[in-house]
Design a protein around this ligand. Structure first.
Ligand code: HEM
Length: 401
């Protein structure tokens, strides 16, 4: 098995990426679960070049059917899979423009007060439950973004336990028939949930994003029902699973670097740059999702043949020494910091302004309310949340106050 997929590699992929960047920056890897071969890009220049190259596509309906059968997971999730992250222009442009207005920095800024209230309440609830400590993931990092995105969409945040269960299944490798059946059933549960919600908003529209999208769907040619379900699925999953891990990884980085933590506490004007550094240093999205070559493409001296799959390692690119001086150093004041933790090119993260604001508020609230917070278990005991390459995340983060 490729070392990146081992437990040691999932816990700390950096030594592996460092070697790959030096010796084999574009290498062929086989995904061990579905035995899918892909090209892994690890250098900043190659990753950013590939991500903005229109000769790499994301619309797998253009991929040969026999190849699609091998990427079984996308097949199981076909009912949810018609969204902007699996579309090429012009569909991508149309789908993204339908929601882009809801996620601009100006609109998102209007959520500041509400996000702060949620963060304060979560800390108060944790303290009331146990004044000595908590699991930061389940009691703070997860409920914060899931509540925000659920409120924005107009999805009842009381259903968040279901979202957690469904998305955990999504990020669990499935290779046995039993696991695949579970994955299929979960996809269907998600689908039914959204269909029921759409029908409720169709009958009784509200002032929320789901109602707005239902109106666009009723407009006919702008959004099909399948695209509407895909959009809700993508926004809900992308809107929380990633931010959870930015908050968690970021707080862990501060606990690992007490001098940087003190520097930040002494100078809160560094909060924004500290969050940018968390994105670069321990960004939660380790690799992009798959793209495939629409024709033969030469990149970094390697020829990627038509239909071959590629993944860009954003975490590796953001640790590329040729791009970031002292790349292995966590520096809350780093400037410039042109990381690609939110991706690059036309699929650049739509939710970046929201994720940034949530993280700034989360970090500020935690440092102020729980100033002595420290890790409650040995560092090496922290388990990765997923064995897939996509997420760089911890399952739990037990802390003492
Ligand atoms: C796309 C990262 C939070 C919505 C992406 C991509 C990355 C990313 C790397 C591109 C994936 C690829 O090219 O294969 C992150 C990180 C986040 C975060 C690191 C938090 C720290 C959010 C939030 C939302 C969101 C809060 C809420 C709406 C999206 C959407 C796309 C996307 C809709 C697809 C954009 C497109 O295809 O044009 N994100 N994301 N993300 N993200 Fe985020």
């Amino acid at each position: 098995m490729h070392p990146l997929f081992t437990l040691a590699g999932r816990k700390d992929p950096h030594p592996i990426y460092k070697r790959l960047r030096a010796e084999e920056p574009i290498s062929q890897v086989i995904e061990p679960y579905r035995k899918v071969p892909f090209w892994l890009l690890t250098r900043y220049t190659d990753c950013s070049e590939m991500l903005r190259d229109p000769r790499f596509g994301k619309d797998f309906t253009k991929w040969p059917p026999e190849e699609r059968a091998r990427l079984r997971v996308s097949g199981e999730f076909d009912v949810l899979g018609k969204h902007m992250l699996s579309a090429d222009p012009p569909d991508h442009t149309r789908l993204r423009s339908l929601v882009a207005k809801a996620f601009t920095p100006q609109i998102v800024e209007g959520l500041r007060g509400r996000i702060s209230t949620i963060a304060e309440n979560l800390v108060s609830a944790a303290l009331a439950r146990d004044a000595s400590g908590m699991d930061l993931v389940s009691q703070f990092s997860y409920p914060l973004p899931v509540t925000v995105i659920a409120e924005l969409l107009g999805v009842p945040s009381a259903d968040q336990d279901d979202f957690r269960r469904w998305t955990t299944t999504l990020f669990t490798p499935a290779d046995t028939e039993e696991q695949l059946a579970h994955l299929r059933a979960t996809g269907f549960e998600f689908f039914q949930y959204f269909m029921a919600l759409i029908e409720r908003r169709r009958a009784e529209p509200r002032d929320d994003l789901v109602s707005g999208l239902v109106a666009a769907e009723e407009g006919g040619d702008r959004l099909s029902t399948q695209e509407l379900v895909g959009m809700l699925f993508l926004l809900l999953v992308a809107g929380h699973e990633t931010t959870v891990n930015l908050i968690t990884n970021g707080m862990l980085a501060l606990m690992d670097h007490p001098e940087e933590r003190e520097r930040l506490v002494a100078d809160p004007s560094l909060l924004e740059s500290a969050v940018e550094e968390m994105l670069r240093y321990c960004g939660p999205v380790e690799t992009t999702t798959y793209r495939f070559a629409l024709e033969d493409v030469e990149i970094g001296g390697v020829t990627i043949r038509k239909n071959e799959l590629v993944l860009a390692s954003l975490l590796s690119a953001d640790h590329d020494e040729s791009r970031f001086p002292n790349a292995a150093r966590f520096d809350v004041g780093r400037k410039p910091n042109k990381h690609i933790a939110f991706g690059y090119g036309i699929h650049f993260c739509l939710g970046a302004p929201l994720a940034r604001l949530e993280a700034v508020i989360a970090v500020e609230t935690l440092l102020r309310r729980l100033p002595r917070m420290k890790l409650a278990v040995p560092r090496e005991d922290l388990e990765p949340s997923s064995m897939l390459l996509l997420l760089h995340a911890k399952k739990r983060l037990p802390v003492q106050f």
